[in-house]
Design a protein around this ligand. Structure first.
Ligand code: B12
Length: 357
C-alpha cells in the first residue's frame, strides 16, 4: 500500500496534477466547459477523489467508493447545470479511467486489484444514476409524450445533428408538419422555459433551443412554401424590444402552409420600420406578437401608429402576454386576438379570405 497519505501530501498533489492535465488533453471540449473557477474546483475534487479512493482501497471496500461516486456526481451536476447530466457522467467516467492509468504508472505499489474493484463499483454506480429533469405535467401529457421528451433531451444535450435527424424521422414516419410545429417544437420550447424558470438550465440553452428548432423548421420550407397560393399576404413581427421571435415565425410559416404569402420581419421591430413595410407590401393582415407583458405598452403604440396611417388594415395581436385575461387585448385597438396560429387562420378565413369554415 502506498501513496495518498493526506490531501497535503506533495505526492498526492503531483498525481492530482497529472490526472488533471491528462483529462484536459484527452477531452478538448473541457476547456470550453470549464472556466477558471471550475478548473480550480476540479483540481480540489481530484484530491478528494483520490482520498476516498485510497480509503476504499485500504479497506478493500468498493461500497465506500460507490457511495462517494453517487454523492460527488450529484454535487457536480448541481454545480454545472449548463451541462447535460450525461456529459457530467462522461467526465467522471473518463476521470476514473485516467485515475486508474496514472496510479498504475506512478504508484505501482497500489493494490491494483482492489483499485480496479473500487473504480468499477464507482463507474457502475455513476452509470446507474437516473437524473431526469423535473418535467412538467403538461409536457408529459399526450399527444407525442415520448417524442417530445426525446426531442427535448437531444436539445439539452446540444446534439444538433441528433435533433435534426430525429425531427426528420418523425416527419418520415408521418407526423404532420402542423403537429411538428405546435405539438412538438412549441411544447418543447415551453418546457425549456419551465426548466429555465426552475434554474435547471441556463439562458444559453434557451438561445440554442431556439436556433436549433428554427433550423429544424427551415428544412420543411420547400413543402410549406410550395403549397397553392390564395393571393393574400400576412405581415408579421414582434413588437418593440420583444426578442421572443419563434411564435411569430411559426405563425407566419403556418399561414404560408395555408396558402398565404408571408413577410415576417422578426424580433424587435421599430414602429417606423413596420410602417415602411406595411406601405411596401400592402398586407391583408398584420399580426403582432407579444410575449413579455411590459411590451404590451409598445404594442398599443404600434397599433395606434399603424391605424393612423392605414385605417383599413386588419390587425391581429397574440402571444403569451395576452394569456393573463381574455379581455386584455380589447384595451389595444386591434381587430382580434387569437391564441394560436390555427385560430387566426380560421379567423382570417372568415374575415379576410372569404372562405367559410
Ligand atoms: C426561447 C426563450 C427566450 C430566448 C428567445 C430567443 C429568440 N430568438 O426567440 C431568449 C434567451 C432571448 C429569451 C430571453 C428572455 N426571456 Co424568454 N423564453 C424563451 C422560451 C423558453 C421559449 C419562447 C418560444 O420560442 N416559444 C415557442 C413559441 C412557438 O410559442 P409562443 O411564443 O407562445 O407562440 C405561439 C402562440 O403564443 C401564438 N402566437 C404568438 N404570437 C402570436 C401573434 C398572433 C397575432 C397570434 C394570433 C398568435 C400568436 O402562436 C405561436 C405558435 O403557435 C419561453 C418559454 C415560453 N413559455 O414561451 C421563455 C419566456 C417567454 N422567457 C421569459 C423570460 C423571463 C425572459 C427574459 C426576461 C429572461 C431570460 N430568460 O433571459 C428575457 C427577455 C428578453 C426580451 N427582451 O424579450 C419568461 C417570461 C415570463 C413572464 N412572466 O413573462 C418565459 C415564459 C420563461 C419562463 N417560463 O419563465 N427567452
Amino acid at each position: 500500500m502506498s501513496l495518498l497519505k493526506t490531501l497535503d501530501d506533495p505526492r498526492t498533489k503531483e498525481i492530482a496534477r497529472e490526472v488533471f492535465e491528462r483529462q484536459f488533453q484527452q477531452d478538448p471540449h473541457l476547456d470550453n466547459e470549464y472556466d477558471d473557477r471550475r478548473k480550480s474546483r476540479m483540481y480540489e475534487d481530484i484530491l478528494y477523489n483520490l482520498s476516498f479512493l485510497h480509503t476504499a482501497i485500504r479497506f478493500d471496500d468498493p461500497d465506500i467508493f460507490r457511495d462517494y461516486s453517487v454523492w460527488i456526481f450529484h454535487l457536480l451536476r448541481n454545480l454545472m447545470k449548463d451541462l447535460h447530466p450525461d456529459r457530467v457522467k462522461d467526465h467522471m467516467l473518463d476521470h476514473y479511467r485516467i485515475l486508474e492509468a496514472v496510479l498504475s504508472e506512478k504508484e505501482p505499489d497500489t493494490d491494483q486489484s482492489a483499485m480496479a474493484r473500487c473504480l468499477k463499483a464507482g463507474m457502475e454506480a455513476i452509470r446507474a444514476i437516473d437524473v431526469p429533469y423535473p418535467l412538467s405535467h403538461r409536457f408529459q401529457k399526450e399527444p407525442y409524450a415520448q417524442e417530445k421528451q426525446e426531442y427535448l433531451d437531444l436539445i439539452l444535450r446540444s446534439d444538433t445533428r441528433g435533433v435534426i435527424q430525429y425531427a426528420q424521422e418523425l416527419v418520415d414516419s408521418g407526423m404532420p408538419l402542423e403537429d411538428l410545429y405546435v405539438n412538438l417544437i412549441q411544447e418543447a420550447m415551453y418546457e425549456i422555459g419551465e426548466l429555465w424558470h426552475q434554474n435547471e438550465i441556463t439562458v444559453d440553452k434557451e438561445h440554442y433551443a431556439t436556433s436549433v428548432s428554427q433550423m429544424v423548421l427551415s428544412r420543411y420550407y420547400e413543402e410549406i412554401f410550395g403549397r397553392p397560393r390564395i393571393g393574400k399576404t400576412l405581415l408579421s413581427c414582434c413588437v418593440g424590444s420583444e426578442l421572443h421571435e419563434m411564435g411569430a415565425r411559426m405563425l407566419s410559416d403556418l399561414f404560408e402552409y395555408h396558402g398565404w404569402d408571408s413577410v415576417y420581419l422578426g424580433a424587435a421591430v421599430p414602429v417606423p420600420a413596420l410602417l415602411h413595410a406595411v406601405q411596401e407590401h400592402e398586407p391583408d393582415l398584420l399580426a403582432l406578437s407579444v410575449t413579455m407583458t411590459p411590451h404590451l405598452v409598445q404594442c398599443v403604440d404600434m397599433v395606434d401608429a399603424v391605424r393612423a396611417r392605414f385605417p383599413d388594415l386588419k390587425i391581429a395581436v397574440g402571444g403569451r402576454a395576452f394569456a393573463t385575461g381574455p379581455d386584455l387585448w380589447r384595451k389595444i385597438n386591434a381587430d382580434t386576438c387569437e391564441t394560436t396560429a390555427v385560430d387566426l387562420i380560421q379567423w382570417a378565413k372568415e374575415h379576410i379570405a372569404g372562405e367559410e369554415g
